[in-house]
Design a protein around this ligand. Structure first.
Ligand code: NAD
Ligand code: DAU
Length: 360
């Protein structure tokens, strides 16, 4: 095997954001060995990576991050000097229905990985074959809690105040990451990003679910009043930010990443209807009546907004896509990739969906 400059383990690389990060690293850094470690839960899909799966600097390993022996072996056998940790349970509605798997993967899985990395890295003085090591925790703006209208956006100094079982599990994982720096001196870095959108997102999340429902003229279930606000970022812009933070972020630093792009859910949904109908050649907003107000998500956070000025000033990052362009690209991708949607909505997801909603 070719001798690589360094080896990076990316966890959760078969998921939505992970596949974009893996693709970026495999293509941009041919001298890095990229190992994608993914359990392939309902959200992980190797079809997301077909275009790079045969690259000589890419390896896929099906494994559970909660498996300490396996994680230790993988780190040591491959001389891993960097970990970009994305693997997680990520859907808030699922965390309300079954929080235990969120504690297992997001908390215990992160701790398992930290412990395996510490055990391998610490005796070598936090270096592997001369390369300084780094553990990069990919986190979310949801750990900061909820804002009112008119509140200033979250900064890196905002206090953690998670409300959902999902955000509580991510907050707990972040605390463990910082604790490994504070207690053992592990070089860590973290980032907290807002809502991502783009190709390969599992169609339980708002944007892909609604595009598909508009296509088939199914109801669009708007939780509560539809007044909740989220900040949206195109997924490839997040992947670029991850590349910058991994390579240039200061050790123990935290970087907020957002799209400077807040939308009320109901306004975003109207845009989705308009763009999808236009691309399908239907009359303007013909499907607006599909909007159906349903019971609110339990504990639904009102507003997330993120101040990304630190990463902009310190690392020179900015989103590259305007929202209008990103949304049109995204709608076209889902409409053009029905086979991908059919594939991921079979199996486990289908069973879950039936048990949760009583219909497909
Ligand atoms: P996703 O649900 O699409 O993918 C998660 C991936 O993790 C899947 O491939 C799954 O198979 C894998 N996985 C789950 N449990 C595992 C385990 N025990 N061992 C190994 N692999 C496992 O998630 P995503 O939306 O791509 O999010 C990725 C990361 O980014 C998460 O940590 C999430 O908290 C964070 N994040 C997501 C967003 C967003 O808008 N999607 C925003 C900010 C932060
Ligand atoms: O903010 C970052 C987070 O964004 C990530 O950490 C999470 O992993 C990711 O899932 C996402 O969380 P949200 O809960 O914001 O995403 P979701 O797509 O589930 O919902 C977006 C908004 O739309 C939210 O206010 C709930 C609402 N919604 C969602 C669905 C699925 C609806 O009104 N109807 C729906 O059917």
């Amino acid at each position: 095997m070719k001798k690589f400059e360094r080896t990076i383990m990316i966890t959760g690389g078969a998921g939505f954001i992970g596949n974009h990060v893996v693709r970026l690293f495999v293509r941009k850094y041919p001298d890095y060995h990229i190992i994608n470690v993914d359990k392939l839960t309902y959200a992980g899909n190797l079809a997301n990576l077909r275009d790079i799966e045969n690259q000589p600097n890419y390896t896929f390993v099906k494994a559970d991050i909660c498996d300490y022996e396996n994680m230790s072996r993988l780190l040591a056998e491959n001389n891993v000097d960097g970990i970009i940790h994305l693997a997680a349970e990520t859907h808030v509605d699922r965390s309300i229905k079954d929080p235990f798997v969120f504690a297992r993967t997001n908390v215990m899985g992160t701790l398992t990985l930290l412990h395996a990395a510490k055990t391998y890295w610490e005796p070598q003085g936090w270096k592997v074959e001369g390369n300084p090591v780094r553990f990069y925790q990919i986190s979310t703006d949801e750990v900061y809690g909820s804002l009112s209208f008119g509140d200033k956006p979250f900064t890196e100094k905002s206090k953690y105040d998670p409300h959902s079982p999902y955000s509580a599990s991510k907050a707990s994982a972040d605390h463990f990451v910082r604790s490994f720096h504070d207690t053992f001196g592990m070089p860590v870095v973290l980032s907290n990003c807002s809502n991502n959108y783009g190709p390969y997102q599992f169609p339980e999340k708002l944007i892909p679910l609604f595009i598909n429902n508009i296509r088939y003229r199914k109801p669009l279930p708007v939780y509560g009043s539809g007044e909740n606000v989220r900040d949206w970022l195109y997924v490839e812009d997040h992947a670029r930010a991850i590349d910058l933070v991994f390579h240039k972020g200061e050790t123990y630093g935290t970087y907020n990443i957002g799209g400077f792009n807040e939308w009320k859910n109901i306004d975003l949904i109207k845009v989705l209807v308009k763009v999808t109908d236009k691309i399908l050649g239907r009359p303007e907003s013909a499907d607006i009546d599909l909007i159906t107000y349903v019971s609110d998500r339990k504990g639904h956070d009102l507003r997330y907004a993120i101040d990304s000025s630190k990463i902009t000033k310190e690392l020179g990052w900015m989103p590259s896509l305007q929202f209008e362009e990103g949304i049109e690209k995204t709608v076209r991708w889902y409409l053009d990739n029905q086979d991908w949607l059919d594939n991921v909505t079979s199996g486990d997801y289908q069973l879950y969906y039936e048990s949760m909603y009583g219909h497909r």
